[in-house]
Design a binder for this molecule. Sequence first.
Ligand code: AMP
Ligand code: ZN
Length: 144
Amino acid sequence: MTGDECIFCKIVKGEIPSTIIFQDDICMAFMDIFPISEGHCLLIPKEHFTNLLDADEAVLQHLITKLSLLDRKVSAAYNDVGILNAVANGEYAGQEVPHLHFHVIPRRPNDDFGFRYPEGYRDSMAPREELERVAGLIRNATEA
Ligand code: AMP
Ligand code: ZN
């Protein structure tokens, strides 16, 4: 998808409405239109990147600083919340909008939201050899 069709690029250009928390030349923080919990907002780069896999390094450095700022602001706005940051990279990871975005989701006790884990996944730890095998796979992988 190019920036022309992208819904978040349209938000950046002001072509569709958004509720902005802060912005600068590089990024924008705005409210998620379907909040999972009160305070759920998003941080995006103004430039179109699909996700973390193709994002520019200097932009990422800026974003992580601003993500921390947004986390601190949301945390200060509410009493006693945890802040979940999530980024989905790709469709199988649950990414619906193909423009890099960091979710900032306030979590509260018994909020009935969370990752679903496979049944029994903590019944036994992974064998060390298996962890070594998988780590080797990742360690030795070369980027396309
Ligand atoms: P993801 O599933 O990680 O791609 O998340 C996309 C997020 O964008 C969802 O939480 C949507 O609710 C949110 N979203 C989609 N369209 C808009 C919009 N026009 N304004 C604000 N948030 C949006
Ligand atoms: Zn875009």
